[in-house]
Write a protein that binds this ligand. Structure first.
Ligand SMILES: *Cc1c(COP(=O)(O)O)cnc(C)c1O
Length: 463
């Protein structure tokens, strides 16, 4: 067994040049911890009769030399401090991919976050009076302007918006919802569970596939706090189905003196038909149908940061703002900065040009074809095939956008996908019929270089 007493001490190692560099880069406590860990590992291994995993000395000695120990410590520090939340290249063709962070932000939204995050801001400070102000005014004015709503409130996300609205307006009281809308959105958001959590009493009407206006009317004959409509964000019911128009629901509800709240999920401000897509309900439409409150996400078809937006009747919004949960789910300054900048794009009629997800949705198949062809040319391989992209993010279920894909024939597609995920930045693609498919639609133009480097790496390694 090698003599462990010949290992250098922690103090000795700390006095070396490589250690000074590590201290400068990672701080003294962490460097100390790494060096200790390396020495402990060598001791443990050697006492157990194993080989040290750290680099052995060049002279064939049984123990690692000083350089080997320091290099191991450096690798350890690199590993410990490597960020786990990192950018990826989204070549999956799903624009609002919830697992990939949904909407990328516009340049203006990023600048706004930078400006507000870098220092102090008037988040809750009224510059006119010099007194305390409200963080809510920043987005509220724009939301009101864009939608014509009387009032608006921004919270952490849409799940929080729905929970808050129900808690504030319907705790221990009846809330009517069509059975066909008791949906699960994914990531643990289930409408019946959220209703239960809020303390509301769930009153289901209709059947799985059909609900009639008379079902609502019958349920409304008993004292009721709210009628909830939830958008079936991620699936369609087809066949023998029926659902009254939103406008009809609001008329019978209002006749009974009961407000209607519409959980739109995605809540587009633009008409999706313009892009050859099916119809996604817009916020403006819901309000025009007489809905009292609308809830939707900031990072779905709005194309902004994670947020939940509640807008509609001023008295109801005021009541929601006063509920204790409103404080617990409030939006932070970075979110409000990015959201305000995103909303401004709509006000200035430049959403399609400035908001990344709308640019991606608006990209024509020919534009995507040209990009995929460019990739194939650069790689010297791959075929261009017609395919489909999806919007995702709980919007437009079953709706696809025609696109062109780079299709690669590789020996083991799953292995290839795995290697693409190991690139820096990781590349997310998909497979179909034993081919690897890469969709240009959601690949940011500035990521193309990195995408090609990653692809070349993996192709060069032979799969
Ligand atoms: C996505 C969605 C939610 C949840 O919104 P988050 O912003 O992800 O919290 C709630 N309701 C519907 C109908 C949705 O589509």
């Amino acid at each position: 067994m090698p003599d462990l007493r010949s290992l250098p001490s922690v103090e000795r190692l700390l006095q070396t040049q490589p250690a000074s560099e590590m201290i400068a880069a990672y701080g003294r406590p962490l460097t100390l911890q790494a060096i200790r860990s390396v020495l402990d590992e060598v001791r443990a291994r050697v006492s157990n009769g194993g080989e040290p995993t750290v680099r052995l000395s060049a002279h064939g000695e049984a123990l690692p030399d000083r350089e080997g120990l320091l290099e191991s410590a450096r690798l350890m520090l690199e590993e410990w401090t490597r960020p786990t939340l990192i950018p990826v290249v989204n070549a999956s063709g799903v624009i609002l991919h919830t697992n990939l962070g949904r909407a990328p932000l516009s340049a203006a939204a990023l600048r706004a976050m930078q400006a507000v995050g870098h220092g102090y801001s008037n988040l809750e400070f009224d510059l006119g009076t010099g007194k305390r102000g409200s963080r809510l005014i920043h987005a509220e004015a724009l939301l009101k302007w864009l939608t014509g709503a009387e009032a608006a409130l921004v919270v952490n996300n849409n799940a929080a918006a729905v929970l808050l609205a129900l808690s504030a307006l319907a705790s221990r009281r009846r809330v009517i919802i069509a059975r066909s809308q008791l949906v699960e959105i994914g990531g643990g958001f289930r409408v019946p569970d959220v209703m239960k959590q809020s303390g509301a009493k769930l009153v289901e009407v209709g059947t799985t596939n059909r609900v009639h206006l008379s079902d609502y009317e019958e349920a409304l004959s008993e004292p009721t706090a709210l009628v909830l409509r939830a958008h079936r964000s991620n699936f369609k019911i087809i066949g023998f189905t029926e659902e009254p128009e939103l406008k009809e629901i609001t008329i019978v509800s209002h006749r009974a003196g009961v407000p209607v709240i519409d959980d739109l999920g995605s809540g587009s401000l633009l008409a999706t038909e313009r892009f050859g897509l099916g119809h996604e309900p817009t916020v403006q439409e819901s309000l025009a149908a007489g809905v009292d409150l609308v809830c939707f996400s900031g990072d779905k078809l709005l194309g902004g940061p994670q947020a939940g937006i509640i807008l509609g009747r001023a008295d109801l919004v005021a009541k929601i703002k006063r509920h204790p949960l409103a404080r617990a789910v409030r939006a932070d300054k970075l979110c409000l900065a990015a959201l305000t900048a995103t909303l401004l794009h709509y006000l200035k009629d430049e959403a399609e040009r400035e908001i990344p997800i709308w640019r991606m949705i608006a990209a024509t198949p020919e534009q995507n074809k040209a990009r995929a062809e460019g990739w194939a040319k650069e790689l010297g391989q791959g075929e261009i095939v017609a395919g489909e992209s999806t919007v995702g993010g709980g919007s437009l279920p079953g709706e696809n956008l025609p696109t062109f894909l780079l299709s690669l024939a590789v020996k083991s597609p799953d292995k290839f996908l795995e290697k693409l995920r190991q690139q820096q930045p990781p590349i997310i693609a998909r497979t179909e019929n034993d081919r690897v498919l890469l969709d240009p639609r959601a690949v940011l133009p500035e990521q193309e270089g990195a995408l090609l480097v990653g692809l070349k790496n993996v192709l060069g390694r032979k799969t």
